[in-house]
Write a protein that binds this ligand. Structure first.
Ligand SMILES: *[C@@H]1O[C@H](CO)[C@@H](O)[C@H](O)[C@H]1NC(C)=O
Ligand SMILES: *[C@@H]1O[C@H](CO)[C@@H](O)[C@H](O)[C@H]1NC(C)=O
Ligand SMILES: *[C@@H]1O[C@H](CO)[C@@H](O)[C@H](O)[C@H]1NC(C)=O
Ligand SMILES: *[C@@H]1O[C@H](CO)[C@@H](O)[C@H](O)[C@H]1NC(C)=O
Ligand SMILES: *[C@@H]1O[C@H](CO)[C@@H](O)[C@H](O)[C@H]1NC(C)=O
Length: 463
């Protein structure tokens, strides 16, 4: 009887919390990235998102058409100040006030703006902005306060690279170059304003760069082996919890044990290049479906270090963004394809039992490829665009195109397609370690079959 009473009290208490802090409902959010051509219009996008029961939307800007279209919906909105506006806003309360007037007051409260995010992954990029980050957040908050707006919080999404140690979770620690100068005042701000720490946490990235040591099942929430953090005795069933707890331990070390987390971005790509492991529909559907179930569970599950905590979660991303440069995964994080169709079935509310989904296509690239790769012209590439790409590759120096000169082994056939294929392979093999990719704006693709002919040997990348 007394345990029953305690249980009832807990349930009552948690529903009271739910009533008083609507901001921490467990409704799943999506990131609305728009680096794509021919994406559905904002109007259609918001219709789709509503029909999917998405509870929150995070923008990478403060697009006025989108903010307007979101008015009258019950979608909670996170809007963002671009990185290149941060220094200006940090240096002037008038600039902050003007930003708030134009991007918040014009839409709020009809549009349920709940977060203003100051920049995106600022501490992974341009150092010049770092000293301005917290001052800009303070100015925006001051401005919101001056208008007596209490239910919009200010934060900034950070990437996992703000940590210098993540494993085991109890060793979590912020990078020494930002710890005292940025993280300490940042946490002070979040704590003082009861805001959330937005962390972009990708088990896919942690697993794919170390896929021989971390089990895929552990990354996909279907581990059969648990991992114990021997320093704390906490038992982990999945990689995401380990990543989140490493942030929590890092915050504790700076004296802030109570700041709540939001997952600003997480997800899994549905397609990748030959040198990218595990990017497929099977894994992506498994990850996102199980993520949603975990994050919408009632009562909330939290993490081993914070059992029961509600962690608002934004999936990356709503759409495949076909204009993103770099490796193929970059263009395949979407729940929806660029044409607006679902890539795989998914229930954002988390109520649908996993067993009711249709079987998924088999995962064919879950083991890292070992062998040689070349970079060749992609089918359908346009000749005049290839001419510029060829010139670009050859300009990078280091004899990239020496074999293409008259009299050299790869000169013939004299065709832009042949020369570009050679130049792409040569460029990629020479500069891959410095971050060069085999993409060339869609003109190039990786291949496992050697394009060399006769005496012309194509340089390769060995994995
Ligand atoms: C964080 O906020 C809590 C609640 O307002 C407060 O009790 C605590 O002193 C703050 N911590 C620090 C280190 O300022
Ligand atoms: C991964 O495993 C290899 C060999 O099993 C080991 O040498 C290496 O240190 C491990 N790497 C990490 C990051 O644990
Ligand atoms: C792993 O931990 C979970 C949750 O603590 C528990 O339910 C499960 O039985 C454990 N599995 C194994 C294999 O120990
Ligand atoms: C050439 O590249 C430009 C810029 O990426 C693109 O807009 C154009 O459609 C391409 N031309 C063709 C024929 O593919
Ligand atoms: C150019 O090639 C030389 C010799 O192969 C190599 O040592 C050097 O690192 C290369 N430079 C770049 C920028 O790749």
């Amino acid at each position: 009887m007394s345990t029953m009473a305690a249980l009832l009290a807990t349930i009552l208490f948690s529903s009271l919390i739910a009533v008083f802090s609507a901001d921490i409902s467990s409704k799943i959010g999506v990131n609305y990235g728009r680096k794509g051509v021919n994406l559905p219009s904002p109007y259609r996008t918001i219709e789709t998102v509503r029909s999917m029961n998405v509870g929150r939307m995070k923008l990478y800007d403060s697009d006025h058409e989108i903010l307007k279209l979101l008015s009258g919906t019950n979608i909670h909105v996170s809007t963002m100040i671009p990185n290149n506006d941060i220094i200006r806003i940090a240096s002037s309360q008038a600039a902050a006030e003007q930003w708030v007037q134009s991007n918040v007051l014009n839409f709020y409260p009809d549009t349920m703006i709940r977060f203003v995010l100051v920049g995106n992954e600022v501490l992974s990029h341009d150092r010049r902005i770092w000293p301005s980050l917290v001052p800009a957040m303070r100015r925006i908050k001051n401005s919101l306060n001056a208008h007596d707006i209490k239910n919009i919080k200010v934060s900034t999404p950070l990437a996992m690279d703000v940590l210098q140690s993540t494993f085991p979770p109890s060793s979590g620690e912020f990078r020494s170059d930002i710890r005292d100068t940025v993280m300490a005042p940042f946490l002070g701000f979040l704590n003082g304003t009861k805001s959330f720490f937005f962390i972009d946490a990708y088990p896919y990235l942690a697993w794919s760069t170390n896929s021989r040591n971390i089990s895929l099942d552990f990354a996909l929430f279907r581990g059969r082996v648990n991992q114990t953090d021997h320093k704390t005795g906490l038992v982990y069933t999945n990689l995401l919890d380990q990543m989140l707890d490493s942030v929590i331990f890092a915050m504790r070390k700076l004296g802030y044990p109570g700041i709540r987390l939001t997952i600003g971005e997480t997800g899994w790509p549905t397609a990748g290049d030959a040198d990218q492991v595990g990017a497929n529909i099977n894994n992506a559907a498994t990850y996102n479906r199980k993520l949603i179930q975990k994050m919408t569970a009632k009562p909330a599950l939290g993490t081993p270090a914070r059992p029961g905590a509600v962690i608002p979660t934004f999936i990356f991303s709503l759409y495949d963004e076909n204009q993103k440069p770099g490796p193929t995964t970059e263009r395949h994080w979407g729940l929806l394809r660029s044409n607006g169709m679902l890539v795989y079935d998914i229930d954002i509310t988390g109520r649908r039992p996993l067993s009711s989904y249709k079987p998924l296509p088999a995962a064919r690239n879950n083991v890292a490829y070992r062998g040689k790769l070349w970079c060749e012209v992609a089918p359908g590439a346009d000749a005049s665009n290839l001419t510029s790409a060829l010139a670009y590759a050859c300009r990078q120096g280091n004899q990239t195109c020496a074999a293409l000169s008259p009299g050299q082994p790869c000169y013939e056939p004299v065709s832009v397609f042949w020369h570009a294929s050679y130049a792409f392979s040569s460029y990629w093999s020479k500069f891959r370690k410095q971050g060069a990719t085999c993409y060339f704006n869609g003109l190039a693709r990786q291949t496992r079959s050697n394009p060399s002919r006769g005496h012309c040997n194509f340089p390769s990348v060995t994995l």
